[in-house]
Design a protein around this ligand. Structure first.
Ligand SMILES: [Zn+2]
Length: 445
């Protein structure tokens, strides 16, 4: 009831992102939690009524949809990425779909499909626009985006969000960095959007050929290391580089980074989120339920992304009322337990931060060493850099940023190995799997 009234007022009176952000700063505390609870209970009942998958699963788990009020009422029931891969997409559908996307970056051979209606994409765009407005995007800005269209939602997330703001938009899509640079330059965009791997290469072109005033570089689709952020902000002088966090399953709109860069504000009126099995530092897997979807609602969906609730106190931005998560430190299927610790790609990003002598295309293999595990870095040296110097910089970072890890290394619990390569030879344009556990292969040999 309350959520119905709120949605009506929101659509009728808060039409612009500016108004919605103004309102977000004045919502009474507790209202968001109440709205979420109402929408969550309604979503569970709706899915149980219309989706074969949820009807079956609730019956199997002895869940009475009418009684469900919170995630905890669902016991050990989750929707998993495997469910999306293994079950026909029709089993999840509750209404007629109008648009289909697939998830990227899976190595399993079967892509997950996620369906939406135009209305749902429009609604996500309105929410995304509030996050972008909070980062400084305005109707008078000119945006160029480089998102790849192939089966992927990101360009549409950009499209609907930019439309909701009313800024000028030109789409370069995923063309060669030099061509992208040459052709967007004509429009003098002061905002550029895209995936980190592509826009890093565009930034390299800009470093050689010249920049123009850019105030915001907005990235999505992949994680961003702090060193890449610093590099891009250094080249596009005066620009802020920010990141969105989103899965295709949530139309790329789980959250938008806080302007203070202390994590992501979640779209709490469109999702309710929880962190599963947090460790002693609070890190666990993010799971969420979509709250506004009629075509393919997802209930307690396991994201496989590892994060924690932001722990650095309250921020001061316009979205401070929205719950905030910290950095995504890895995927649950990327965490590797070895003699170095329970490691994730984030560890190595931190070890390489402040080492400009290597490129962003790096990979780390965990192998069986002579006695214990061997951590094998594969790095691309920038012209003329000395391997010894790079090793020393990395060791210095480990010592200061991961003191426990450094102590274990000194005690020879594990060993490091460094392999250096020429620039642009490791990734060959593919999205890199950063951290690879190669120990199992050794056992099989
Ligand atoms: Zn904030």
């Amino acid at each position: 009831m309350l959520e119905g009234i709120f949605d009506f007022l929101d659509r009728r009176f808060l039409r612009t992102p500016e108004n919605r952000l103004w309102m977000a700063q004045r919502l009474p505390p507790g209202l968001i939690t109440r709205l979420q609870a109402g929408k969550f209970a309604a979503t569970v009942r709706y899915a149980a009524q219309h989706s074969r998958f949820y009807r079956e699963k609730f019956r199997e788990h002895g869940i009475d949809p009418a009684q469900v009020r919170t995630h905890a009422d669902l016991g050990d029931f989750f929707t998993t990425p495997e469910d999306l891969r293994e079950r026909p997409v029709e089993d999840f559908l509750c209404a007629k779909p109008e648009f289909g996307f697939e998830t990227t970056g899976t190595s399993m051979g079967i892509n997950k499909r996620v369906y939406f209606s135009y209305q749902e994409m429009f609604d996500y765009g309105r929410d995304g626009a509030v996050g972008l407005y909070n980062l400084g995007l305005r109707p008078e800005d000119v945006v160029a985006d480089g998102f790849d269209y192939s089966f992927w939602n990101a360009p549409f997330t950009a499209y609907y969000s930019i439309m909701a703001i009313g800024a000028f938009h030109v789409i370069g899509a995923f063309v060669e960095p030099q061509e992208f640079y040459d052709r967007i330059k004509v429009y003098k965009p002061n905002v550029i959007m895209g995936v980190p791997t592509h826009l890093v290469r565009v930034t390299e072109v800009a470093e050689r050929c010249g920049t123009w005033p850019v105030k915001l570089v907005f990235l999505g689709g992949e994680n961003l290391s702090e060193r890449t952020r610093q590099y891009m902000e250094g080249v596009w002088r005066g620009a802020k580089v920010h990141l969105s966090y989103g899965q295709t399953e949530a139309f790329g709109m789980n959250g938008v980074e806080c302007p203070e860069k202390g994590g992501y504000h979640l779209g709490a009126l469109a999702l309710t989120s929880e962190i599963l099995h947090p460790d002693e530092e609070g890190y666990g897997e993010l799971a969420y339920t979509t709250l506004n979807r009629t075509v393919m609602p997802l209930i307690r969906y396991r994201s496989a992304d590892i994060t924690r609730w932001a722990s650095d106190g309250e921020c001061h931005c316009g979205l401070r009322i929205m719950p905030r998560i910290g950095k995504i430190i890895g995927r649950s299927d990327e965490l590797i337990n070895c003699s170095m610790g329970n490691i994730s790609p984030y560890w190595f990003e931190e070890m390489l931060r402040g080492v400009p002598e290597v490129t962003d295309d790096w990979q780390v293999f965990v192998r069986r060493g002579d006695r214990d595990d061997r951590i094998e870095f594969h790095l691309e040296l920038v012209n003329g850099a000395s391997p010894e110097e790079v090793k020393n910089l990395i060791f210095r970072n480990i010592e200061s940023r991961f003191p426990d890890c450094w102590r274990y290394y000194q005690k020879r619990f594990f060993e490091f190995d460094f392999q250096f390569h020429a620039p642009r030879t490791i990734s060959e344009g593919r999205k890199l799997k950063r951290l690879i556990d190669a120990r199992r292969d050794a056992w099989n040999q």
